[in-house]
Design a binder for this molecule. Structure first.
Ligand code: GDP
Ligand code: IMO
Ligand code: MG
Length: 422
């Protein structure tokens, strides 16, 4: 397998965790390079469901190494909870996990600021996961962040934390939020540091040694293209580069060592949180929710759903350099008799082929649809492409054609076995 970046081609929750789990057989190391515990990646193995937030999805496979790279923002207390949760379920977490010493920390004041700023925005809120992701990346860029290398040195950490608490308490109070107790935070974080210390290392050096010895890397993107801080529907985005380039900066692996970019997309569209979603549709949202599908893996919020948006995926293919695509959740459309696909937008009387940058303009876009006949048959038992009903095959081939990339994986259920390789 060439070193592969797996990126979400829509608004997150495309089924990246499931596809990573499927591909991990062929990789040696799974790397997270951006985002934090705002991510929720679901993997179903033997009827058991796991939702991973910070730990790469490769952790569930014995003999695979998982790396949390420098570009990730880590809430140490939450990470310890995740490690303990996995161990309780019999998943080994030890020498198979490495954490970058350069990764930035999420601190309680980040979460408090995230929540308070969202509350102050009222109707104009982003709809964040309230995990403190935006404020943590903000501190990183402002060069006032604390990192894993600080956390593992109690003396350094306590000094730096005290300075940050002082400033953040002034800000929190000015925003009408209660001040935080620095002592309690220090205690919790030093306890987490004791658990995490053995995992912390220079992951850039580790990854380069691994590359030299011929190991294969699989980059597990978090979020999706339209949540990217540069390329997404700003300001309704997350605070990291979710597109393929983020995998390189967030891990220290240079672009020329990447051999393939795999874009993951659902057979329809979903979004959780606020912001424009041109192909949103109440009918399909209600139908999917009635099936018990499309509730957030991190926050439990109902996801907004719509028809497949080829304007968006075409753009995603361009920005990420997608060579291959995996289409997931095809089975979600099994009972839909007429399926719509958005092939262009109509904006102020003009037909456009690419999403406009301004979120106001994107919100004014109305989709231009084509309609395809449904297959009205269950697909979840298909194991080969030829097992799929002809109309389902036509549908996924159409989506790949409109996106402009080669279709290599189709997923028809949450389990490993429900994955078809073309
Ligand atoms: P991620 O964030 O991209 O890893 O995706 P999430 O785990 O947040 O959401 C995807 C949801 O779809 C999860 O509940 C998965 O178990 C589920 N899933 C993934 N692929 C399929 C599929 O092909 N069919 C069905 N029915 N569920 C799927
Ligand atoms: P995975 O990796 C879907 C969304 C939030 C909100 C916006 C900003 O599971 O695909 P943040 O907390 O990051 O500041 O929120 O981004 N969001 C996601 N939506 N999947 C995710 O991750 C997401 N991570 C953040 O809902 O709209
Ligand atoms: Mg998710």
């Amino acid at each position: 397998m060439p070193n592969t970046i797996l990126a979400g081609a829509q608004w997150g929750d495309e089924g990246k965790g499931k596809i990573i789990d499927f591909l991990t057989d062929e990789a040696d190391i799974v790397v997270r390079s951006q985002g934090g515990n705002n991510a929720g990646h679901t993997i179903v193995i033997g009827g058991e469901k796991y939702v991973l937030h910070l730990i790469p999805s490769g952790i569930l496979r014995k003999s695979k190494i998982c790396v949390i790279g420098n570009g990730v923002v880590i809430d140490p207390v939450s990470l310890v909870g995740e490690i303990e949760g996995l161990r309780k379920r019999g998943v080994a977490v030890g020498k198979n996990l490495l954490i970058s010493d350069a990764a930035h920390l999420v601190l309680p004041y980040h979460r408090a600021l995230d929540g308070r700023r969202e509350a102050l925005k009222g109707k104009g809120k982003i709809g964040t996961t309230k995990r403190g992701i935006g404020p943590a990346y903000g501190d990183k860029v402002a060069r006032i962040g604390l990192r894993m290398c600080d956390l593992v040195d109690p003396e350094v950490f306590s000094k730096k934390l005290a300075i940050r608490i002082r400033e953040n308490n002034i800000v929190l109070k000015s925003l009408g939020a209660p001040a935080l107790n620095g002592k309690a935070i220090l205690k919790d974080y030093l306890a987490a540091a004791d658990v995490l210390r053995p995992f912390v290392t220079n992951t850039v050096v580790y990854l380069h040694k691994a590359l030299k010895s011929g190991k294969q890397l699989l980059f597990e993107g978090a979020q999706g293209t339209f949540l990217d801080i540069d390329h997404g529907t700003y300001p309704y985005v997350t605070s990291s580069n979710t597109t393929a380039g983020g995998a390189c900066t967030g891990s220290g692996v240079p672009p020329h060592r990447v051999g393939r970019v795999l874009g993951v997309m659902k057979a329809y569209t979903t979004r959780v949180g606020e912001g424009p979603l041109p192909s949103e549709d109440k009918g399909i949202t209600d139908a999917l929710h009635a099936m018990g599908r499309e509730f957030g893996a991190t926050t439990g919020r109902p996801r907004r759903c719509g028809w497949f948006d080829a304007v968006a995926t075409r753009y995603a293919a361009m920005v990420n350099g997608i060579d291959e695509i995996a289409i997931t959740n095809l089975d979600g459309l099994d009972a839909v008799s007429a399926i719509r696909v958005c092939i262009a937008y109509q904006l102020d009387g003009k037909k456009i082929e690419f999403p406009p940058t301004d979120p106001g303009a994107l919100a004014r876009c109305t989709p231009v649809y084509i309609e395809l006949p449904g297959w009205n048959k269950p697909t979840d038992k298909a194991r080969k492409f030829s097992d799929l009903p002809p109309r389902a095959r036509d549908y996924v081939n159409k989506l790949a054609g409109l996106t402009g990339a080669k279709l290599t994986i189709v997923s028809i259920g949450p389990a490993r076995a429900q994955t078809i390789r073309l």
